[in-house]
Design a protein around this ligand. Sequence first.
Ligand code: N01
Length: 543
Amino acid sequence: MTSNPPRTFDAIIVGAGFAGLYQLLRLRRAGFSARVIEAGDNVGGTWYWNRYPGARCDIESVQYQYAFDPELAREWRWSERYATQPEILRYIEYVADRYDLRRDIQFSTRVTAAHYDDTAARWTVTTDHGDTYTCRYLVMATGCLSVPKTPEVAGIENFQGEWYHTGAWPHEGVDFTGKRVAVIGTGSSAIQSIPIIARQAAHLTVFQRTPNFSVPAQNYPLDEDEWRAAAERIAELRAEARTTSAGIVGLPLNDISALAVSEEERRREYERRWAIGGFAIGGAFNDLAINPDANETAAEFVRQKIREIVHDPETAELLCPRDYPFGTKRLCVDIAYFETFNRPNVTLVSIRDNPIAELTTKGLRLADGTEYEFDTIVFATGFDAMTGALLRIDIRGRGGLQLRQKWEAGPRTYLGIQIAGFPNLFTITGPGSPSVLSNMIVSIEQHVDWITDCLEYLRERDLATIEPSPEAEEAWVDHVNQVANLTLYPRANSWYIGANVPGKPRVFMPYIGGVGTYAQKCAEVAANGYEGFILQPEPALSR
Ligand code: N01
């Protein structure tokens, strides 16, 4: 590897997904020099990597798009209620070209280290090509679900067939025709891909450790009138989304307890929302996330639906989630997932009490010795979520403090945007912000706008650095935990809490207080001169 002289920018942005692209545009327009460093060979982030069959968004397409430019919304015609991955990727590529963003993106380059120099008040960023960059501001647009988690099974190197991870899918696609296929995992990625793989494969065996709650998308082609109505009102819709709890409009909360109505009325409301599809069911009653008894009514409604859809009673029972409250693991949104288990070429195997012991040359073996043979194995085993992408980079702040060390017991941030001891480092949709509990585009735009305004504020006042005070960070971490503990969410072994990665600290990572409350707090902090942050002038030595 050759080492080239450092290149200097006002800002380095890591990642060219939705967050990185919008951050680049905002900084460029504000007159800052910026460079994006991206591991992939094109834009798209999560939508670049997750090309597995059936991948699509579970937020409606007209809401899962940028809103910063009403013209853009008028130009891009979404074709379905829920957009597919290829369509979203085409949209991101269109945005990159439309705003001429590619000229400031360094593709096929991975950031390996970022070290802060106290004396110069600058970051030095190193890449896997051996290049170094220096910058004043470092913006991590690295995504929350961007580090695929290879499963902890022995013998993966022995398997002589093909294997894939849904989160790093081959660009040329995979043909399952006539193949004996295994899917390991039953989270959102599996639930989307299983119905499609089942239609192609000779036989599909699904290995399920934990069943998931899933609701139908009720997807449909978006007609001209519906699309245009949303496109014309994009600014208004986004303004409204920013005041909601999940950053999504049109999911009205029925502000009454599930236990305050008759069983018949409750069923009617769940049925109504099931027919609407997607996350509508989550707002059926106001206490589903906090009251176990209320929650159980929603859980049982979904279980009943599973029993109605799946013909074989034993398979239906295996698919029924029981040991965590409804909605406390990311609710899955599907297109004919449960129906797929009625196909004669699909088998469900529960590995809950009989885990996969190892991969063999021809397939896999369970703990009880049962062997299976496959041509192809699909790992839909998820991600090292929220912190994975940040911690695999050797990030060092003031005095050489390692982020890995600082976050040993779990992530600590102020507002999910900054970390004490790491000046001028920003995390878009970082842990401690609503992030993965929200419409990511709404949260991304809110963070990028906040960060850009903040950098303009610093520049106008000749200030060189911003970082949270340890006290403000401590108070925010406490608040994030307190709010999470008011809900049923911490009861589930979810990736929200790091439970899917062995050894990862068990900390509820996103902020559950809602997008509206959170955005208001961020705005107040800024309006009060960046309350809770330490703002400092240029260090004397570097002047
Ligand atoms: O990953 P997951 P995902 N042996 O972690 C199982 C977003 N997303 O890629 O629950 C056997 O949810 C694991 O079992 P368990 C969305 O936010 C969005 O599906 O740990 N099984 C689980 O069943 C989503 O939540 C969309 O017991 C193992 C599965 O693998 C997030 O990405 C689409 C195992 C992993 O499920 C992650 O979803 C797709 C092992 N060793 C994804 N290790 C949209 O619709 C893990 N599992 C926008």
